[in-house]
Design a protein around this ligand. Structure first.
Ligand SMILES: CC(C)C[C@H](NC(=O)CN)C(=O)O
Length: 469
C-alpha cells in the first residue's frame, strides 16, 4: 500500500515539474518572447545540472528575422552526464520552445496552466516537446534514485528554436562534429506522436519550406467606401496568390513540384497495408467528418511520402470579431510546404517564387510583391536496421507488451536530416505521445499514462542499448 502511495507521489511530482515548465511561455515565434525561451533554456540547464550534468550554453550568434530585425539567438544546451568509456554514448535531442497559444484561439483551459482532465494533461508544450524532454530527464533520475549506474553514457542537445526552423543548430552541429559528437554512437529524438493507440517507432519525417508572401500597396490603410473600387487591393492580390497554390483535393499547383518526389515501389506500398491505422478513429481524433482519401494506404502516403501545402495565416488582415470596413495596405500571407525525399528546398524556393511572380504579373496590379522563405528543412529518413532500432523495439515490447508499428512522421524536425548528414551517426525517433495529443492545436495535451509509461520506455531503452554490445 505504502509503495503504491509512494509511486503515485513520485508521478505527481513529475507532473508538477511539467506544470512548471508549461508555465513558461517559451513561444519562439516572436523574438519579443526570446527572453522566455532563454528562461526555459536556463531552467532546463539547471535540471540537467541537478542530475550531475556538465552543461555548456553554446552561443549560436544572431539571426535576421523575417521582419528584418537582427536578434541574438537563445543558446543551445550541450550537456554530458559523467562518462564511462566502456559504455556506448547516446545523444538525446529535444526542444523546449513552443508554438504560439492564446486562450481566445479556443482553448478550454489556460494554455500555459497545465490542467488535468480525465487523465490528460492539457497545456502548450505538454506533448511538443516539454513532456518528452522531461521524460528523458526523469528516466535518468529514476536510475539515480535506485542507485543504479546508467547503462549508457548520455549527452543532451536541447534547443529553444525548433519551432522556427532551428536557426543556428546546423552550423553548431558542423562546428562540434569533431568534439561534442566525436564519441556519440547514437542520436535519439523523442518528438511527435503515434498514429494509433499502438506505440510507433519513427524512421522518417517530412521537411518543411515556410513562405512569407508580402503584398504592399499605398502608405496607409483606407476606408473601403471612400476608396474601394478604384485601387488594386493588396488583400485581393494576396488571396488570389494563395488560391493559386493548392486545389480542393490537396494537389499542389506549383509547376514541377512533384518532379523530384521519390517514385512509389510495390514493396513500399505493401508496408502501408500492415500498419494499424483506423480512419474512423483518426477522423475522430482530428475532429473532421470526411477526408480527401478513403483508403488507409492513401491517407498514410499523403501524410508521410507526398508533399502537402497548408495556408497558415495572413498578417495585417483584420481578424477580430466585429465588422471593420478597412482596406489593409500591407498584408503578409504565410504558407508552408512539407517536403519529402528527394525534394530540395533550394529547388522548391525557385519553383514557388517564379510561379507566384507569374500569377501576380497576370493581375497587372500596382502593388509590390516580395517572397521570403525563412524556414528550409529537409526531410529525413533513417535506416531501420540500425542497432538502436532493435534496442527500441525490445524496450517497447518490455514496457507496452507489443511490437511497435514502424512509422514515418508528416511533420518536421528541422535538424534531423543535418544530424544524420553531418555526423553520419544513427538517428532515430522514439515517440511517446498519443495519436490524439493535438500538437500545435488548442487541445494540446499528453496523457498521464503516456508521460509515465514513456519515462519507463526511455529507462528500458537505455538498458537495451547497452545490451547491444
Ligand atoms: C519547421 C517546423 C516549424 C517544425 C515543426 N516541428 C514540430 O512540430 C515538431 N513536433 C513542424 O511544424 O513540423
Amino acid at each position: 500500500m505504502r509503495r503504491a502511495g509512494n509511486r503515485k507521489g513520485v508521478c505527481n511530482m513529475k507532473i508538477l515539474t511539467l506544470k512548471e515548465w508549461v508555465a513558461i511561455e517559451s513561444d519562439s515565434s516572436s523574438s519579443a518572447l526570446f527572453g522566455k525561451v532563454m528562461q526555459m533554456v536556463n531552467v532546463t540547464a539547471e535540471k540537467i545540472r541537478s542530475l550531475g550534468g556538465d552543461v555548456e550554453l553554446a552561443d549560436i550568434g544572431s539571426q535576421q528575422m523575417p521582419d528584418g530585425e537582427i536578434v541574438q539567438l537563445p543558446p543551445v544546451i550541450l550537456a554530458e552526464l559523467p562518462k564511462d568509456s566502456n559504455k556506448p554514448t547516446l545523444c538525446i535531442y529535444g526542444h523546449v520552445d513552443v508554438q504560439p497559444a492564446k486562450k481566445e484561439d479556443g482553448w478550454l483551459t489556460e494554455p500555459y496552466v497545465l490542467t488535468e482532465i480525465n487523465g490528460n494533461l492539457y497545456g502548450r508544450g505538454a506533448t511538443d516537446n516539454k513532456g518528452p524532454v522531461l521524460a528523458w530527464l526523469h528516466a535518468v533520475e529514476a536510475y539515480q534514485a535506485l542507485k543504479q549506474d546508467l547503462p549508457v553514457n548520455i549527452k543532451f542537445i536541447i534547443e529553444g528554436l525548433e519551432e522556427i526552423g532551428s536557426y543556428g543548430l546546423d552550423a553548431l552541429t558542423k562546428q562540434r562534429n569533431d568534439t561534442f559528437f566525436a564519441d556519440v554512437d547514437y542520436i535519439v529524438i523523442s518528438d511527435n506522436i503515434w498514429i494509433s493507440n499502438k506505440p510507433g517507432l519513427t524512421y522518417g519525417t517530412r521537411g518543411d519550406c515556410y513562405f512569407y508572401v508580402k503584398v504592399s500597396g499605398g502608405k496607409q490603410a483606407l476606408h473601403s467606401g471612400a476608396h474601394g473600387g478604384s485601387l488594386f487591393e493588396p488583400m485581393a492580390d494576396l488571396i488570389a496568390l494563395l488560391d493559386s497554390l493548392v486545389d480542393a483535393k490537396g494537389q499542389i499547383l506549383v509547376p514541377g513540384i512533384y518532379d523530384d518526389v521519390a517514385p512509389l515501389t510495390e514493396e513500399e506500398r505493401k508496408l502501408y497495408e500492415n500498419i494499424q491505422f483506423d480512419l474512423e478513429e483518426y477522423k475522430n481524433n482530428i475532429g473532421v467528418t470526411r477526408l480527401i482519401y478513403d483508403k488507409k494506404e492513401d491517407v498514410l502516403m499523403h501524410y508521410w511520402r507526398y508533399p502537402s501545402l497548408s495556408i497558415h495565416g495572413i498578417q495585417g488582415a483584420y481578424a477580430d470579431p466585429g465588422s471593420k470596413t478597412v482596406i489593409p495596405n500591407k498584408v503578409i500571407g504565410k504558407f508552408s510546404m512539407r517536403q519529402v525525399p528527394n525534394m530540395d528546398p533550394v529547388v522548391v524556393e525557385k519553383q514557388v517564387t517564379e510561379y507566384l511572380h507569374e500569377i501576380f504579373a497576370k493581375r497587372n496590379s500596382s502593388n509590390t510583391l516580395k517572397i521570403l522563405m525563412p524556414i528550409a528543412a529537409k526531410p529525413w529518413v533513417a535506416n531501420v536496421n540500425d542497432p538502436q532500432y532493435v534496442a527500441a523495439r525490445r524496450a517497447i515490447k518490455t514496457v507496452f507488451g507489443v511490437e511497435p508499428d514502424m512509422i514515418r512522421e508528416g511533420s518536421t524536425i528541422p535538424i534531423a536530416w543535418n544530424f544524420q548528414d553531418v555526423t553520419k551517426k544513427s538517428v532515430m525517433m522514439l515517440p511517446i505521445c498519443g495519436a490524439d495529443d493535438g500538437e500545435h492545436s488548442e487541445k494540446e495535451k499528453i496523457s498521464r499514462s503516456n508521460y509515465i509509461e514513456g519515462t519507463k520506455l526511455f529507462a528500458a531503452f537505455f538498458y537495451e542499448l547497452a545490451q547491444l554490445r
